[in-house]
Design a binder for this molecule. Structure first.
Ligand code: GLN
Length: 485
């Protein structure tokens, strides 16, 4: 039995049958990380000792005859922008290169409470700004399907780690596509929950009105299980919603008969790679065979989504990142003669190019004189984008689009052209603007053998519907597993 490649269901069956132990699984995963991470660079920090201690506690509970908690003995990778008390949390930035948080993020604490084993902190684009994980100050992560290609971003380390069996589940964060796009490029399942579904307490903020933590897994069932653990109201996050958490696993019956799947016509046009288009069209035919009704719909303002996102997200980022000034935490330059010089040099040396670009853009759009012309207008466009979804959901139960316009691209291919990089998120950013949930599930392989994903979209808090729609497809059309190296 290959114990590193299991799903949560398979792992739990093996634990229940006493075929393996959490310590054995954890050791195998850690050994695999040691062997593969030098190439993939999916982890910034590996937490071997604390992982083995967590595994030992799970084994004790099992030996004492306790029933298995939802994630008991499941190796999990945490994106490195989520605080785990006592463990380096860098956001892949030099400015937080020595930051050890004194507290744990609520989402992370919930995973620990459910029995998860944290094997390490995953690589990412600096402060979650990027679509390829090439903006990490720890070097780029690589795509396990082809190491010359990027894993996507910004949660590229998390997606690569799940795809390469360096963990069973991983967390990501998604501000404009950072869970769904890397899931698509790495051939795994990734879900951005409804804004407010998961607490943001302890997540280093990028765009506070857009950010959500969410799960990565090898299957929809694993993602459903993990969402059930992550979701719920938190007194520490006033934007977390007071909406009951349903049983996401129980909702998976695989029945999509009569489900109205809307295809926004804007999503299937210009700029879409023909192979991605063909894979998505094939998936639509497959859904029709399963009894779903395919309807054409429209998101008429989606052409404004990227410019709108890059005004709102950068404005929020410029405000959020003002706190990294060398005073309270993280890196500080030596030898500055004045406070001003210390701020300036710390921020100049501490932030990478893309982060600086965003801070400057955001500061500009928020400055007096430009605020009305850019920021205020962008907020109005945001309302239009939300209304687009409300209208589409009047006649559809879910929407289906490609997740990303292309399969994984080569390292270095887009680093000199930020606009090309920004376009990777053309189908994903609209959801963050509207706050609705989205899931990427693999739906094909390109002729070069790279994964292709499709994005399913549902109304606010309808994650169960989203998961069941993906589950139905996955049951009928299992995705080929990557050949392990
Ligand atoms: N790629 C987008 C960006 O660079 C989205 C990032 C994210 O979702 N964190 O902003």
């Amino acid at each position: 039995m290959d114990i590193t490649g299991l799903t949560v269901d398979a792992l739990h069956a093996a634990y229940a049958a006493r075929e393996t132990t959490a310590t054995e699984v954890c050791t195998a995963v850690l050994d695999r990380i040691e062997a593969e991470n030098p190439q993939l660079n999916a982890f910034i920090t590996v937490t071997r000792e604390s992982a083995l201690a967590q595994a030992a506690r799970v084994d004790e509970a099992l030996a004492a005859g306790e029933s298995l908690k939802p994630l008991a003995g499941v190796p999990v990778a945490l994106k490195d922008n989520q605080c785990l008390k006592g463990v380096l949390t860098t956001c892949a930035s030099k400015i937080l290169g020595n930051f050890v948080p004194p507290y744990t993020a609520t989402a992370v604490a919930k995973l620990a409470e459910a029995g998860a084993i944290f094997v390490g902190k995953a690589n990412m684009d600096e402060f979650a700004m990027g679509s390829s994980t090439e903006n990490s100050s720890f070097g780029p992560a690589r795509n396990p399907w082809n190491q010359d290609c990027v894993p996507g971003g910004s949660s590229g380390g998390s997606a690569a780690a799940v795809a390469a069996d360096l963990c069973v589940l991983a967390t990501g964060s998604d501000t404009g596509g950072s869970i769904r796009q890397p899931a698509s490029l790495c051939g795994v399942v990734g879900l951005k929950p409804t804004y407010g579904r998961v607490s943001r307490y302890g997540l280093v903020a990028f765009g506070s009105s857009l950010d959500q933590i969410g799960p990565f897994g090898k299957t929809t069932r694993d993602v459903a299980r993990m969402l059930g653990v992550l979701a719920g109201h938190d007194v520490h996050d006033a934007t977390s919603a007071q909406v009951p958490v349903p049983d996401y696993l129980a909702a998976l019956d695989g029945n999509v008969k009569g489900l109205r799947i809307g295809v926004p016509k804007e999503a299937m046009g210009e700029g879409l790679d023909p192979q991605v288009k063909a894979a998505v069209e094939q998936a639509l035919r497959n859904y029709a065979e399963l009894g779903a009704e395919i309807v054409e719909t429209t998101l008429p303002n989606s052409g404004y989504a990227i410019p709108d996102y890059y005004i709102i997200a950068t404005a929020e980022a410029s405000a959020n990142l003002a706190r990294f000034d060398g005073v309270r935490f993280g890196f500080r330059v030596e030898g500055a003669k004045t406070l001003h010089e210390m701020y300036q040099k710390t921020r100049d040396l501490g932030f990478g190019t893309e982060v600086k670009r965003r801070i400057m853009l955001g500061t500009y759009t928020l400055s007096s004189g430009y605020y009305d012309a850019y920021y205020l207008k962008a907020q109005k466009v945001r309302t239009l984008l939300r209304r687009d979804f409300e209208r589409a959901f009047e006649s559809c139960d879910v929407l289906l689009t490609p997740t990303a316009p292309t399969p994984a691209f080569k390292l270095g291919e887009k680093t000199d052209d930020p606009l090309q990089m920004y376009l990777s998120d053309i189908y994903t950013v609209t959801l963050n603007m509207a706050g609705v949930p989205g899931l990427s599930v693999p739906c094909g392989l390109s002729t070069e053998g790279l994964p292709i994903g499709m994005q399913l979209i549902a109304p606010h808090f309808a994650e169960s519907r989203l998961l069941n729609t993906a589950f139905a497809y996955e049951q009928a059309h299992p995705f080929p597993k990557r050949k392990l190296s």
